[in-house]
Design a protein around this ligand. Sequence first.
Ligand SMILES: C[S@@+](CC[C@H](N)C(=O)[O-])C[C@H]1O[C@@H](n2cnc3c(N)ncnc32)[C@H](O)[C@@H]1O
Length: 362
Amino acid sequence: MSSDTRNHGADHVGLGADTATYAITTVVAAADVAAAVVPSPARADGVSEAWVRVVDAQADLLASLERRCRAGVPFGALAADAAKLLSLVQAMDAVAVPDAEAAALYARERLHRYWLQCPYVARAFAKPLGYAGDYLLMDWMYDADCRADTRLGELLCKVYLSFPVVQAGVSRIDWLQRRIAQVVDGIPGVPRIASLACGPAAEVAGVLATCDRPIEVVLLDQDRDALAHCGARFAHQAAQGGMHPQSSVSLCNVAVRQILKDTDAVLGSVGSFDLLWAVGLFDYLPAPVATSLVERLRRFLKPGGRLIVGNFAPHDCMAIMDTVADWRLQYRTPEQLAALGPADARVAAEPVGLMWFLEVGG
Ligand SMILES: C[S@@+](CC[C@H](N)C(=O)[O-])C[C@H]1O[C@@H](n2cnc3c(N)ncnc32)[C@H](O)[C@@H]1O
């Protein structure tokens, strides 16, 4: 996969509205993928026999898939084993892991040489922007991009995209787009709507394309690269006539830390909204911070405005995400998500049922 869609260097890009720019949160290039694949002594200490069995069975299957991929066996002939691989990934979740770090080390030692050929897992593990799940990875996912340097990597992309949690991550975009369109429909005048932690803002593209009256969209993210990517995307969409000519998209470089520290200053700068949503953000926040953020974000709502917060539920591919991809999230049941909001908050799920949305206000 290439990263040639990136647009580096732009501080902010505005399309027809004021743009507030904050100091960027430091993002540090983190893990070195190569280091992860350097063989190290077997570290089965502290790991249960059941964990060794389930990981070794997966490693054996991956080795066999790699041989057949190298031999040019067509993917169709590997479909049954690709499905078996998914079951073995899910089997990891059924094993109790008393020592999470030892289990992660063992899984990486046995599985990284295969799974790091999958650009999704490699990027999540390497965290080139300082965290797993950056805008580029999300865009690959929404595009179902399976390009990789090896045939095994390509096959593993297909398996990765078949994880139920990944399918929920993709299906949330359609769900969100429909919900945003419904809410926007009921707002008089020019609706002012915003995505916090917008990433590639995939849902916004659809909303802008289908809304037949002007809307004002504000995209907020801590990552300047993500904002520059959105700037280029929506400038292109506007130039192609893919949105109402009076709609606007503004980009704001803002981090949660700033909202929590000085809510009024950020509010003064970005203004208030008829609809504000945050998806792919609360999964990274512990409960006290998440509760406090919901409280602060409610202050960004106009009278009658709504806040929508998405969060993944616990699922059956958590173990591989935690250990091999090192993409650790705060999974929440609908009850735990509801507990972050006021008593009258509602929760709803996207169609796969692994991503829940908390809705406040309205
Ligand atoms: C998993 S992506 C989700 C993007 C998008 N909402 C989606 O659902 O496709 C996470 C995004 O949250 C942003 N983000 C993470 N932590 C943040 C923070 N503390 N403040 C603001 N944005 C943050 C990242 O820069 C990234 O673009």
